[in-house]
Design a protein around this ligand. Structure first.
Ligand code: ASP
Length: 455
């Protein structure tokens, strides 16, 4: 019997996590009373909770462990194999242009939806004040962390003063820059000097890819642990109260993933929905469970290169860059959230303010690492840019904070999907995109050679 494919296993882990998390959530008060605050039952319960946290966090840590080396080595190899600089600048130019356009498109979708649905009008003034009062501390913390981006400083910061420090701190844009610079320089030094370096980088890339496969074998259990934790602690009553707002965000993300991306893919590559989503499903499931496009990065690269057939050159450039600068889901969410907050406090955000939101949210996403909850911090910058009064901003952030984790899971999935779509478009434009049959043959060959665990 053929083993169930890994993405189905992950899906099963996720659904099981949802069910168990929901049961724990609903049984919460009764369960806590039965367990008590001391005694053997309490000790066992605490052990299970800690074990669950440990499994989830260990998995995320392993993925982070892989992220920097895989980007560094594969990009050095990728850049050094592009024997004309023109190709590199073409890929770079296309990638950045499409990223900016799709991000702007996403915020616009969010703004239009929020204008149509008016989610803020479904929250009464009493409910607003009650919800705002419960999240003040969290809101103050987010506001403190938000620092408005300075475009020049952000651009300057792409170039590391010390590449080793960038590697150590995992600053992805700087790692991309350093790897590109080394890769390009390798094409300019004598072949006998460059060859051994490239071979080492190539061997290390293979090795890290093997690590990704191994780590991914534990994904079903880890995803279960991550999802249980989130769902068990979710405030279901607040979720119910903010249902129109959350549904608006989720509907917008569905428009991006179900209409905009498939449309662009069909238009520019002729690729169908089934092939695209079949290939990137593991990355999407992981993005959803971890709420982090940075942690998902190694798996996204694997899916895009091996399962979608975009080729290493394009993958190693487009995907790491996307995990940092392309956050369509986050941008869309910020559009809806800004309008929602304005609506519940009776403020009017006109066309100029909405255009400012498009601009600020696009800029804010550049240079911000894809980690859980960062979208909410960036939202503070967006709200500040339209001159929202401090107390309104605090109240608004406090209200939406309670449902942020759930929306974070959904928007991270969209962020990762957007990166994969752009990789396919750029690879196709470069003539590097394999056909479905070629991908299948390559995977079958690797399978037969026992080289691939098929993430
Ligand atoms: N968690 C998201 C990501 O990693 C960013 C966000 O908070 O919206 O892509």
């Amino acid at each position: 019997m053929r083993k169930l494919e890994l993405h189905w296993q992950i899906l099963i882990g996720m659904v099981a996590g949802l069910v168990v998390g929901l049961v724990l959530n609903l049984a919460g008060p009764g369960l806590s009373a039965a367990i008590g605050t001391e005694g053997p039952l309490h000790a066992v319960a605490m052990f299970v909770v800690h074990l669950n946290d440990f499994v989830g966090d260990l998995f995320l840590r392993l993925l982070r462990f892989i992220a920097v080396p895989i980007v560094l080595f594969s990009l050095v190899v990728g850049a050094s194999s592009l024997n004309d600089l023109q190709k590199l600048s073409r890929i770079g130019g296309r990638t950045i242009a499409i990223y900016l356009v799709t991000t702007a498109l996403a915020i616009t979708t969010g703004l239009v939806l929020a204008d149509l649905v008016q989610p803020g009008h479904w929250v009464s003034a009493e409910l607003r004040d009650t919800l705002a009062a419960t999240g003040v501390a969290a809101a103050a913390d987010k506001i403190d962390k938000a620092v408005a981006p300075d475009v020049w400083a952000t651009l300057l910061d792409i170039v590391p003063a010390n590449p080793f420090a960038s590697l150590a701190s995992g600053n992805m844009l700087q790692v991309v820059f350093a790897a590109l610079a080394i890769g390009v320089a390798l094409t300019l030094v004598p072949r006998d000097k460059a060859e051994p370096v490239i071979r080492v980088a190539d061997g290390l890339t293979e090795t890290i890819i093997k690590l990704v496969h191994l780590v991914m074998l534990t994904a079903p259990i880890a995803v279960f642990a991550l999802i249980v934790r989130v769902i068990a602690t979710l405030g279901l009553d607040v979720l119910g109260a903010l249902l129109v707002y959350t549904t608006t965000v989720v509907a917008g993300l569905a428009v991006m993933m179900g209409v905009v991306y498939p449309g662009l893919l069909r238009l520019f590559t002729g690729m169908g929905l089934r092939r695209f989503y079949g290939a990137i499903a593991p990355a999407q499931l992981l993005a959803f469970s971890s709420s982090s496009s940075s942690a998902t990065l190694p798996v996204t690269m694997e899916c895009v290169d091996e399962r979608l057939g975009c080729g290493e050159d394009v993958t190693s450039f487009v995907i790491p860059l996307g995990a940092t600068i392309n956050m369509d889901g986050t941008a869309l969410y910020q559009g809806v959230a800004a309008m929602f907050i304005a609506q519940i406090y009776g403020l009017d955000l006109g066309v100029t303010a909405q255009l400012t939101i498009v601009l600020t949210a696009t800029l804010a996403s550049i240079g911000t690492a894809g980690v859980p909850g960062v979208g909410l911090i960036m939202l503070v910058i967006v709200l500040q840019s339209v001159g929202m009064p401090e107390d309104v901003m605090k109240g608004g952030i406090a209200i939406i904070f309670s449902v942020d984790r759930l929306l974070d899971m959904c928007r991270t999935t969209c962020n990762v999907t957007g990166d994969c779509m752009v990789a396919a478009v750029v690879a196709h434009a470069e003539g590097d995109l394999l056909t479905e049959a070629q991908v299948a043959t390559r995977l079958a060959k690797a399978d037969a050679a026992g080289l691939d665990e098929n993430p």
